[in-house]
Design a protein around this ligand. Sequence first.
Ligand SMILES: Cc1ncc(COP(=O)(O)O)c(C=O)c1O
Length: 379
Amino acid sequence: MEIYREDTSVVARYADRLSDVYRRHLQCTTLREGAHVVALPAYRGVALDVLDLSSLGTTGTFKDWLAAVAIAECLAHGHRTVLAQSSGNTANAVARYAAHAGIRCVILYPPASRRRILPHLAEAPGVHFVEVDAPEERIKQVLAAASAALDLPVVPPLEAQLEANKLRAYLLRDAALASGRQWDWHVQAVSSGFGPMGLYRGFREIRQDDPGMPWPRFLGVQQEAIAPYAAALTGTAVNEEAPMIEPTLFRRAPGPDLLARMQSLCTDSGGTVRVVSNGRYHALEAKAIADLTSAGVRVTHDADGQVRERAGLYSLAGTYDAVDGGLIEEGARVLAAYTGGSGPGAPLFEPEHRARAQDVVGLVAALTGLRRPAAASQA
Ligand SMILES: Cc1ncc(COP(=O)(O)O)c(C=O)c1O
């Protein structure tokens, strides 16, 4: 059952909460950044709703919001070419929104994320996906080297991510008012944590005008193999030997600034970050899919029968696991964010360009028609 809906664009609806540099060109970048809240069957006495940030989006994940905002900022600064790196979903969103705004983009992604890339997006003029066979840190390094050597901005910057994600708080304030519901917990599968960091920034902003506004406790969910926040906040040991189940949830080393931000939002909201073990995830996945499907939320499968995207399912599996574990208690009401998973099915992407890490700067220079200064040849 649907209990609240913004069909068109959360970003456009709350644009007045953004500063001029993001807002000025938003009408040229927004496409569809919708969201809705649906009710799921209660689980062991816990009322459960899902915030679906996937079905009503342009590329099927909540990354559409930040692409709309970040590309609007690029237009404000007069950038004609941008660089990005991503585990897949941000890549799709940046490609779609940059192409829509007539901005050229070169986007690096690792081979593990090839399944994520939507092939039709690569066909747009000026969009170049480059598969780089290197670990996350190395891809970030060569991206920074290309950015410095060619004087091209990297999108989306942190601030645009946080500002785009803060709009979720305004949506939830209005959804709570309209539906009469109040959520005790907000659950999201986290990688970098930009979603919840932006969300709680939004809640803080709203509280400046309305100090009594209740906000939910945050529960972050991480997979067994990659759980830096759970390790830092709760001392959970990370099992790096465990297979990675969801490549989107990739960030292994968030760094002190992001750790401090996550720590502070958990402390302020009374929340935490937990690991869902691979065994538990596999045990809970079918229930998550069945509950979502019967509530009208699509879970996309690829032609080979594989679930296309598991980040949204992790949020739900993490919710069930936290109820089973006693963290979320009977009588509570939970809002689990379904951040991706309803996007279009797609054939496997055939990489357009592949590069070794040390060749990335040269390739980016060639793709963008910019000359590579000699000093930048060693990434
Ligand atoms: C679909 C989806 N869900 C969740 C996440 C986690 O996002 P974050 O940790 O930045 O809030 C990502 C990206 O990393 C994603 O693409």
